[in-house]
Design a protein around this ligand. Structure first.
Ligand code: 26Q
Length: 835
């Protein structure tokens, strides 16, 4: 099972030295045939598209392999500083199209397939998404890897190889039903198992203090139940630069059968059955995008990732540096994607002290010089906490280290603010209470040299609110890194027509340097360019309309305004506000108030956490409203509404190019950044949005004339709270009153009385944290301005062009350059090509 110890020494440097593989059509065809026939055992009677896809994936993968090897050699031989992105989620989506784009073989492969009578697009469509993430945080990790490889930075991703990714969402009778996503069923051609780098991760047991033969005090973790972590490596190609970085995903495996007996007095079969307990760790991704506290399996996952990854890095370090750690901190940096991997802080302490024999002070000096923490939420209820007793049961040695970190930290607070016991209580990593809790964010802050938010407003609110005390103590740790998205997947790959048009005018330098796309701003007033821009948008809208027709059986007319909101379903994201506006439009049509009407197609999509009842009810309301609106002949083409099931990375690749209006409606001060907003902007959608997260920076870049802003500011939201009276707002607003009446009278739930009462009550509650009613008027007015703007096609097209033109800031290449210049300090590592 574990081949780790068995090594043979073969001195044959030429063994792995081969000439680079050809990218010419005939050679691609040859390799394709070889895989199809010999590796996959297919023949002329084969019909399953899966094999046709797989043969191509293997052909393309071969072209990554030599670059991958060269990249690895480059990093090893230069002894350069390396970065590690630790994340419980990597929402990669499909790999084939992206790999072909990045190594520059799309056209030749298309030609090769054409000669074989195969349509490339059919094969690309046969790939399943790697959906190892919930939403923004997971997709950000995937975009970051693309940019690190494109900037040739030595960064490795570390994550978990979940057997089941994000659930598949079906809509049955208007309600969400979850189905398991067994994405590995047909194998994964992009992964390479590397059992020789297997690590052992401990759980349970207890810690034992002992003296070494030399008389030193040491600690060891004994009586533990261990789990093996087996790495699977996935290649991450940079954009046309020869670099191929690595994403290493860990799979949990039971230690071999002999060990099982030790814990199990029962029989052999029972013993083997306990393998499940170990292997469960990497079985399934938790589908909550706000923490669901207290699930021990989740904590197992988190420690499993942190421990396996750190042991892996330290093992490589020891191999090369022979146990000399003096340069470890200058040569390694770990970026923690939220608090989920923050066990990395005490785990590195444990490895350095217990395994490597270091003293506390030296280990601590190394740890808090190598860890950096990114926060992704402002909602206090989403801050991760673990009950101390549970923590101590599962990870006794780790808790012991956390308590020591905390004791030393509290001493520091006390010397900084003598006698301020209230502050000590507030800042303690351990929250007091009937059941004390470990505050993971505080652990991450104390153990890191950098703490960042993900948009300007978010970082500012962190420093003034959630982490105020820490900001006062260590202002130098706090910084902002505004999010981005990769322009390779989110323009070049998903919008080929737009890419061609842009490249025809300004060349294709924008793909690796998105600031260049600003050069098309000068063409916004060129009638011919505008016409072509409009034609591209229309053809992308037809593609989206086809998707909606197939998935929802609703006919979207491409002449209408395509109004889209896709993201996780959450009260703070206010899909409710969107549907209230839809009901308002429906009401206007029924009243005959349609002078100067703009036809509109509203698309809403996103998954609800399976246990989040309110979010699920919002999906049901959207579905019911859609049904009533779409079936009403009096509405006709004026308004169409659809809920798109199973929103995913791949769906977004069709959605964002075909969108006119991007809905970014979060209550101000609640959305840390948002990244869907950036994908829409890049593809020429205009935003209607609140002053929240990165919306603020989007508006700054594109100018207020090309952005539809509405709603309260985050300060106003906070002030409102004390005097918030939604019922007064409703009674003073005829439009809102009519909407509420339609909801109350059961117009959208004729046979299920009271179904939407929880929603009605939430809107009418003076304690509604999301102040939906407060922003209704402002939202409807902004939508009216949108409708008027859309009627002026020239004006709208100009706005659309300017949105794309001004999106340069939101490339993850910029984000990653900021991380590197201000946090990581890694040197780009060019790859020697042409050897
Ligand atoms: C934690 C503990 C237990 C179970 C689940 C979780 C968990 C899982 C995922 C908690 C949070 C998440 C995901 C959060 C997320 O996606 N946040 C989003 O991050 C984006 C990238 O920075 C931002 O753009 C969004 O504003 C933010 O909501």
């Amino acid at each position: 099972m574990v081949h780790k110890k068995k090594r043979i020494s073969i001195n044959s440097p030429s063994l792995s030295e081969l000439p680079p593989l050809s990218l010419e059509v005939p050679d691609l065809i040859n390799d394709y045939r070889h895989y199809f026939t010999y590796t996959l055992g297919q023949n002329k009677y084969s019909h399953s598209v899966k094999y046709f896809y797989k043969a191509l994936a293997l052909t393309v993968r071969d072209r990554l392999m030599e670059r991958w090897k060269k990249t690895r050699y480059g990093y090893i031989e230069s002894h350069c500083k390396q970065g590690y992105y630790l994340s419980l989620e990597f929402l990669m989506g499909r790999a084939l199209g992206n790999a072909m784009l990045n190594i520059g073989v799309t056209d030749t492969v298309e030609e090769a397939m054409h000669e074989l009578g195969i349509k490339l697009e059919d094969l690309v469509e046969a790939e399943v998404d790697a959906g190892l993430g919930n939403g923004g945080l997971g997709r950000l990790a995937a975009c970051f890897l693309d940019s690190c490889a494109t900037l040739q930075l030595p960064v490795m991703g570390y994550g978990i190889r979940y057997e089941y990714g994000m659930f598949r969402q079906c809509i049955v009778d208007g309600r969400q039903v979850e189905e398991p996503d067994h994405w590995l069923r047909d194998g994964n051609p992009w992964e390479q198992e590397r059992p020789e780098f297997t690590q052992r991760v401990r759980f349970e047991g207890y810690s034992e203090h002992y003296r070494t033969e030399g008389g030193e005090q040491r600690v060891r973790w004994v009586g533990s139940r261990d789990v093996l972590a087996v790495p699977y490596d996935i290649p991450i190609p940079g954009y046309r630069n020869g670099t191929v970085n690595t994403l290493r995903l860990w799979k949990a495996a039971a230690t071999d059968a002999f060990d099982l007996g030790e814990f199990n007095a029962g029989g052999y079969a029972e013993s083997v059955a306990t393998k499940n307990e170990a292997e469960n760790i990497s079985m399934v991704l938790y589908p909550n995008d706000a923490s669901e506290n207290g699930k021990v399996l989740r904590l197992r996952q988190q420690y499993f990732l942190a421990s396996a990854s750190l042991q892996d890095v330290v093992e490589r370090w020891v191999m090369v540096n022979k146990g000399n750690f003096s340069d470890f901190a200058v040569n390694n940096c770990f970026q923690l994607n939220d608090t989920h991997p923050s066990c990395a802080v005490p785990e590195l302490m444990r490895i350095l002290m217990d395994d490597q024999g270091m003293e506390w002070d030296q280990a601590w000096g190394i740890t808090c010089r190598t860890m950096a923490y990114t926060n992704h939420t402002l909602l206090p209820e989403a801050l991760e906490k673990w009950p101390l007793p549970l923590f101590g049961q599962l990870l006794p040695r780790i808790l012991e280290i956390i308590l020591e970190i905390n004791a030393r930290f509290i001493a520091e607070v006390s010397s900084h603010w003598p006698g301020d016991t209230d502050r000590m209580r507030r800042m303690s990593i351990i929250e007091e209470g009937a059941v004390p809790q470990v505050r993971m964010a505080y652990l991450a802050i104390v153990g890191s040299f950098s703490v960042n938010g993900v948009a300007a407003l978010h970082s500012q609110l962190l420093a003034q609110g959630l982490f105020r005390d820490f900001h006062e103590l260590w202002p130098h740790k706090f910084n902002n890194k505004t999010n981005g998205v990769t322009p390779r997947r989110w323009i070049a790959r998903c919008n080929p027509d737009l890419s061609r048009l842009v490249s025809e005018k300004i060349g294709d330098g924008w793909i690796a340097d998105l600031q260049q796309i600003n050069r098309i701003a000068g063409l916004a007033d060129d009638p011919e360019f505008r016409q072509r821009w409009h034609e591209v948008k229309q053809s992308n809208k037809m593609r989206l309309a086809a998707l909606v027709q197939a998935a929802c059986n609703v006919a979207f007319n491409p002449e209408a305004l395509f109004d889209v909101q896709v993201k996780r379903i959450h009260e703070y994201k206010r899909q409710l506000l969107n549907i209230l506006h839809v009901i308002h439009l429906y009401d206007r049509i029924k009243r005959g108030d349609t002078a100067g009407w703009t036809d509109r197609c509203v698309l809403i999509g996103g998954k609800a956490a399976p246990g989040y009842a309110m979010a699920k009810l919002i999906i049901k309301l959207i579905s019911n409203v859609a049904q009533v609106v779409n079936a009403d002949p009096a509405v006709g083409d004026k308004l169409k509404v659809a809920f798109l099931p199973n929103y995913s990375v791949t769906a977004m690749e069709v959605i964002c190019p075909g969108t006119d209006l991007s809905e970014q409606l979060s209550t101000a001060g609640k959305e840390a950044s948002g990244t869907g907003n950036m994908k829409f902007m890049m593809n020429g959608a205009v935003t209607i949005g609140t002053l929240d997260g990165a919306n603020i920076e989007i508006r700054e870049e594109v100018g207020e004339d090309n952005f539809f802003m509405f709603g309260l500011t985050s300060e106003q939201v906070d002030e409102q709270r004390w005097q918030y009276d939604p019922n007064a707002i409703i009674s003073h607003d005829d439009d809102l009153q009519k909407v509420m009446n339609l909801l109350r009278c059961g117009h959208f739930n004729l046979f299920e009385g009271g179904l939407f009462d929880p929603i009605i009550n939430a809107i009418c509650s003076p304690y509604d944290p999301w102040v939906v009613a407060a922003d209704f008027r402002s939202f409807v007015d902004a939508q009216q301005r949108v409708a008027a703007a859309y009627q002026d096609r020239e004006r709208w097209t100009r706005m659309s062009i300017l949105n794309t033109a001004c999106s340069g800031k939101f490339s993850t290449d910029r984000t990653i350059s900021n991380y590197n210049e201000e946090i990581w300090h890694l040197k780009p590592m060019p790859i020697r090509t042409g050897e």
